[in-house]
Design a binder for this molecule. Sequence first.
Ligand SMILES: *Cc1c(COP(=O)(O)O)cnc(C)c1O
Length: 428
Amino acid sequence: MRFKSTKGGSEEVDFKEAVIRGQAQNGGLYFPTEIPEISKDIIHNIKNISEQDLAYHAIHHYVDDSIPEVELNKIIEETLAFKTPLIKLDERFHVLELFHGPTLAFKDIGARFMSRCLAYFSKENNNQVTVLVATSGDTGSAVADGFFGVENVEVVILYPSGKVSAVQEKQLTTYGGNVRAIEVMGNFDDCQRLVKQAFSDTRLRETLQLTSANSINIARWLPQQFYYFNALKQWDKKEAPVISVPSGNFGNICAGILAWKSGLPVKHFIAACNVNNVVSEFLSSGNYQPKKAIPTISNAMDVGDPSNFVRIMEIFSNNIPGLKSMLSSFYYTDEDTKSGMREIKKEFNYTAEPHGAIGYMALKDYLKIYPSASGIFLETAHPVKFPDAVEEEIRIPDRLKHIMSLKKNSVKIEPDYAQLRKLLEIRN
Ligand SMILES: *Cc1c(COP(=O)(O)O)cnc(C)c1O
């Protein structure tokens, strides 16, 4: 399988090169030159196929001969080391829990897959790479955990100062070793902009062998299809589900749409957003207008210009009616989010955190319009990651307790590329 740039041009690379480069040379995102079709047999037999084999079917066309089958299966096995259960709340509402990984957010899946691919490639090539990543909270910790101690890989994480929760900050700043945390005096968009600037800095990029671990990187984006397959494996209704995805940078939902495009039965997707509603506005007005990110209690979705939206447009070949027939979007304020969390507790005795609550509300609003449908919302993080927003007392899972007593270790910079560049050069 080859990958091209979403900005056009003649560049075409294989999986390995796309993963190592992170982003296409003309600044676009890598996108497969064709989308493989999963055979109908597999879909019909989904209940009898193991999660591991489903994941292999979902991804092997993309990986192709970049990683041998045995190795790829090992990577998948390590990626799927925790469960993604589908919980039935009632006949119409189901929640897919994606927070059972080591850092308690869905990003563990993509980060574990990517780190193991990169480890395989750098062992093969015996060279050093630097993973540079901007985070609104959960990406950074998932990447830190996935890459911690991986030979030949340096990890640099940029996070917005004061805009991540206490647990998240500890998760970002206490690994040490090959993981460095940089605290940017700005918001997530500033962090993302700095990362993009570093990538367009050809000299730096070559000397450090920079690669990204944001959902821009196909090794983070593509494996996110796994849990959509696993959700359908656990789905016991005849009619395909509506799937509501709490969305910020739109990598997660884009992976779901890709899985659907490959043949996974899904009735409709809903991008569930907070007031950072660029895509909701686009779907109603046809006008894509990036905005400055507004801080909310669902901070992992505070994105004013979602990177992966171009990939969604690619999947639909820029056909807006086609896109609209498969994707809706709703957005909610912090007040809505809080009442959503209370409602889930009251109706279903289920504790959701802000992102999941937004997923729930969007599903509910959609099902009001389509009363015969039923669906799934994704719970993208564990409530303990957002203690200020979740009103009940949540016990920190034992495996996280120790990090709360560790000392934060980060370097502060202004949202200024010259300062970042200096820091990055120190290591070399
Ligand atoms: C990253 C994140 C999101 C948004 O996912 P995207 O792929 O960026 O759309 C939603 N919820 C949580 C908890 C996250 O960490």
